[in-house]
Design a binder for this molecule. Structure first.
Ligand code: BGC
Length: 748
């Protein structure tokens, strides 16, 4: 037996509902689009679907593989001929006006260009990488940083961002974990929606708003073996329950574009998958925006072994539903002939062009093609003091304190400190791998931030000790000497930003050996050690680094990194971040995430045979999902439920008292997890259903309550429809996914 679910319940469960259509134009505007369509040649239509690298504006190198780039003159001529409709990854208001002028004043139909960019975590003011920011467990913070990024980008002549990246990532070997919201579906949904709201704002016509482009549709994060660009083999259930919901949340928040993934999903490239791009996206979800390919992904259908040649690749991608082609120039080249020969219906071409023009219309480009292109405004908003202050606040709230033995932190500012490790004075690994328009000179290093915060700047010694992945001659000896002369050692170790990034998967997610050797040697000095851990993914910490007195995950915190870390080290701010990814015991546990399905033989004692554990490891994480310490000391008292039985259509409330026995207030993130004891499809051992930020005063207590209805109990039944089964549920109110206080209730 199962329960029928009301519309409200379905909403709560994140199931089907009509999408908000923010790209549906008003009557007059729709007419303008139709009139244009009537006048366009096949070449001009294909041009609207052609997106190429911006050759006119400042564009950093090294973002994507080289592709055919004919230079400014040639691209200018193509724009005049209406053969290019969109440019990407250039910034600067003044030059944007030039490019726009070519389209609006020198092309036959005067259709404005769409200017896009990878504005992932800031444009010029760089905020924490998305994974780090998700550790704030504060979607509103993500909305605010996205808004600030959109304000800067809008003033720099950009209309669209290729963000948010909403790929769930459960294998930390995958390098692109750093760009998303981590392993959990609820966090994934909430951050996807918040980032879309932040980028798009209330009004797309506003020059501070960007079209959001959730990516990479779909299941790109499920790459086999964590190898970037590898295929995803997964059930439709996993796809629908885990990988699709963040996209759905992004569209529900109004996202009017989407980028498809490089990967295959069960053998079909996402760039040519009609099931994903038509059945799910359009028919089930009613999405009205446009689909853009990833970088040259249409051309790559040939190397996938899916298309015979480039022309065939265009046919397959376009007929499957990819409206715009990124940088391969293949749509420009082949679509006109494919339509002329009747291989591709004209109606399909018109649909795609209509979708792109609608987005241009929604941005107000037909009325004001110069929207936002104002150098004075650009100078005013770029790195505005309020954005820099937000970057510092966001960075503080992104740090996760994993360990703080004996309350070593916060530190007194008058201690002699040794800052040891390759990242202490380093400015190259502060901004993060997708901060393409950020500049190194604005990156506050750990050294700079700490020196500015201590009483006597000369009491800080800085020694690299080793390279990131190489030894440094004499480095360890110098580091050990510095450690011996200090009261406290700060060890800045971890990954470089190019160890977790696109195309940078790792087989071992640990400290590179030269740094591991450095840590071993420095720990021998016997001084208290605080590890400041750089990373863009969960790491497997083994050996001495895991035994340091304190460990702070500092990710890539963006330009204010050094200041933010110093604020936390010396206690002018307190840590409140929580892990959005599980830190495993060993790499070999990957894929590793807390919401694993229950097994018939759960692990028991570490050495008990014939149960689900690796023979050399206890079951579980080194630091579980959701974990993060504060400078307080909070314990959870057993929860009370308003009822032990939940009737269909009813609600119940679970409340726990949180007591802070510490001497400092604690910003606690109380988490609600559920487990369905018996369902018609095996369910996760625990699943996050809600969380709440509460400040628990030093020596005081607060109550935290969660309200539950049948919507929170739903899963996709055997027929793939949301359902909830009567029976018993376990509930935890918890500081992380592996602990907490428990209760049980029954759904009748
Ligand atoms: C990435 C996308 C990105 C695009 C444009 C691709 O390599 O996968 O996430 O938006 O390049 O830079």
């Amino acid at each position: 037996m199962s329960l029928r679910m009301s519309r409200r319940d379905l909403l709560l469960a994140g199931a089907a509902m009509p999408v908000l259509l923010s790209v549906v134009p008003a009557r007059g505007e729709a007419q303008r689009i139709e009139t244009l369509l009537d006048r366009m040649t096949l070449e001009e239509k294909a041009g609207q679907l052609t997106l190429v690298n911006d050759p006119f504006r400042w564009r950093p190198g090294n973002v994507n593989p080289d592709a055919f780039d004919p230079g400014q003159q040639a691209v200018a001529q193509e724009i005049r001929e209406g053969r290019i409709g969109a440019l990407f990854n250039g910034i600067g208001a003044a030059q944007a006006r030039y490019a726009q002028h070519l389209a609006v004043q020198e092309s036959r139909l005067g259709i404005p260009l769409l200017l896009a960019a990878d504005v992932i975590h800031g444009l010029r003011t760089i905020f924490p990488v998305p994974l780090a920011e998700t550790a704030s467990w504060d979607p509103d913070l993500a909305a605010r940083t996205a808004r600030a990024a959109a304000t800067e980008a809008g003033a720099s002549g950009i209309h669209q961002t290729y963000a948010p990246m909403v790929d769930i990532a459960r294998d930390q070997r995958w390098g692109r974990v750093v760009e998303g919201a981590g392993e959990d579906v609820l966090l994934g949904r909430l951050f996807a929606a918040a980032r879309v709201r932040g980028f798009q704002g209330d009004e797309l016509r506003d020059a501070s708003s960007l079209v959001a482009t959730p990516k990479h549709f779909a299941a790109y994060g499920a790459a086999e073996g964590g190898l970037d660009y590898a295929g995803a083999e997964l059930s439709e259930r996993a796809l629908r329950e885990v990988y699709l919901p963040p996209f759905r949340a992004a569209f529900d928040a109004g996202a009017c574009s989407v980028m498809c993934g490089f990967n295959t999903v069960n053998g079909i490239p996402a760039t040519a998958d009609p099931w994903l791009l038509q059945q799910v996206l359009r028919r089930e979800w009613g999405f009205r925006g446009y689909v853009v390919s990833d970088y040259t992904a249409d051309a790559e259908l040939v190397s996938h072994g899916f298309a015979e040649d480039a022309r065939d690749a265009v046919r397959l991608a376009f007929l499957a539903g990819v409206d715009m082609s990124m940088n391969s120039r293949l749509y420009q080249r082949y679509l006109p002939e494919l339509v002329a020969e009747g291989v591709v219906p004209m109606a399909r071409l018109d649909d795609a062009v209509r979708r792109v023009l609608r987005v241009k219309e929604a941005l107000g480009l037909f009325d004001d093609p110069w929207r936002g292109m104002d150098s004075e405004r650009e100078a005013r908003v770029v790195r505005a003091p309020a954005h820099v202050a937000l970057a510092r606040d966001a960075a503080r709230r992104s740090v996760v304190l994993l360990r703080n033995e004996g309350g070593l932190l916060p530190l007194r500012p008058d201690l002699r400190l040794a800052l040891i490790g390759p990242f202490g004075a380093d400015a190259d690994n502060v901004l993060g791998p997708w901060s393409i328009f950020g500049e190194r000179e604005h990156a506050v290093t750990l050294e700079a931030g700490i020196r500015a915060a201590i009483a006597d700047p000369d009491r800080l010694t800085v020694v690299p000790g080793s390279g990131i992945e190489s030894d440094l001659p004499g480095g360890i000896d110098a580091a050990v000497a510095a450690a011996g002369a200090a009261d406290v050692v700060l060890l800045a170790v971890g990954e470089s930003q190019w160890m977790s990034a696109e195309g940078h998967s790792r087989t071992e997610i640990d400290l590179p050996p030269p740094q591991a050797a450095l840590v071993e040697a420095v720990m021998q000095a016997g001084r208290p050690v605080v590890v400041l851990l750089k990373t863009g993914r969960a790491l497997a910490l083994t050996g001495s680094v895991a035994e340091a007195d304190a460990i702070m995950v500092t990710w890539f915190l963006g330009q204010e990194e050094g200041n933010a870390v110093a604020d936390l080290l010396f206690g002018s701010a307190a840590p409140s971040g929580r892990l959005p990814v599980s830190f495993p015991l060993r790499t070999g546990q990957q894929p590793f995430y807390y919401a694993r399905l229950s097994t018939g033989r759960p692990a028991q004692a570490a050495d008990q045979a014939y149960t689900a554990h690796y023979r050399n490891l206890p079951d579980g994480a080194l630091y579980p999902f959701g974990h993060g310490l504060t400078y307080g000391s909070v314990r959870y008292e057993p929860p009370r439920l308003t009822a032990e039985r939940l009737m269909a259509g009813g609600r119940l409330t679970a409340t726990a008292r949180l007591v802070n026995d510490g001497a400092r207030d604690a910003d606690e993130v109380a988490q609600l997890y559920l487990r369905d004891r018996a369902a018609r499809v095996v369910q996760p051992r625990r699943l996050l259903k809600a969380f709440s930020h509460v400040t628990v005063p030093a020596g005081g207590a607060v109550e935290v309550s969660f309200d539950l209805g049948v919507g929170e109990l739903a899963y996709l039944g055997p027929d793939m429809q949301p359902t909830a089964d009567p029976g018993w549920f376990d509930l935890w109110i918890a500081p992380n996914a592996e602990s907490g206080v428990a209760a049980a209730f029954r759904l009748d």
